[in-house]
Design a binder for this molecule. Sequence first.
Ligand code: ATP
Length: 350
Amino acid sequence: MLGLTIDHVTKRFGSFTAVDDISLAIEQGKFVCFLGPSGCGKTSLLRMIAGLEQPSEGRILFHDKDVTKLPAHERQFGMVFQSLALFPHLSVGDNIAYSLRLRGQDTKTRDARVAELLDLIRLPGIAKRAVSQLSGGQRQRVAIARALAQEPRLFLLDEPLSALDAKLREEMQVELRLLQQQLKITTILVTHDQREAMTLSDLIVVMAKGRVQQVGTPIEIYRNPVNRFVADFIGLSNLIEAKVLDAQTVGFDDHAVLVASMPAGLEAGAAVTLSVRPEDVRIARTDAANGTLSGAITFIRDVGATIEAHIDCGGREFVSVMAPRDWPGGAVHDLVTLELPPAACVVLPE
Ligand code: ATP
């Protein structure tokens, strides 16, 4: 079933277009991340979905009903924003029960709901505690519980974890994902962190300059980026300017590289970018450059779980990342050959 439909939505601030003709269909129960660099329009789009901002053009539909003009408080959407702090003078329980009190629910019903939500966010029994006594991660979980208290029809989060340190943030990402799977609530989260989007999403919407660049599952986007921006923004990639040689090969410098698939409509001689993920670049030790793609190691980073090597191939730098068991051994300045498996070579039209 369709949850949310964004139909040709544009948002202008004066002469500046922050969101440029975006259309999206989001299925009920999915976790979707809007991902893109700062200023690409993610927050503006989320605020229009929330009803905090009106589109300049286009419509927003929820369960096929046009909600474009519906005031925010009538949409029954739950929101967690980075800047939306908890009420400092209220206890944890009163923060969570705030919207329930506004709706006139009695104390017993409210207390039961607070207890249920505290169990859900795995902080049982802290209803009476003051907000000032909570850690950053606990506060964020309480903010999530507060937004979930009124059983929202859609859950909207804007960089909710960005203030947390790296380790806590990763833990909270897993928790948030598990919570959403348990509740099956349609959720949209805004982030500029591609790892966060990969962890959380059923579907990632990659945005740049107010426009959607690609929509897909994390793996689709990682494995088959549609353009250079997406390949560069999602994970690390070796991006090499190349030319189409024929239907199976692209060339750069003196090298011809076999590719498993070539985008349609590309003629021989067309300028393209070849994208190869570091974990797909295999290296082997060699004594001499012999026509294969080869070069000298310039940098090695061994972080235990993986080893990363940078290789200078005639002025072009390649990055290879491998498990320690695949590391052929070697040191900076040693010569190695590189293998680019055809299935891992993605050709991006200019
Ligand atoms: P960030 O990750 O930095 O929050 P974002 O992708 O969420 O960025 P938006 O906050 O949607 O981006 O902003 C998109 C663009 O629109 C920015 O250039 C911003 O300066 C501009 N913008 C946003 N709100 C307004 C406003 N109320 N008035 C004028 N310009 C605005």
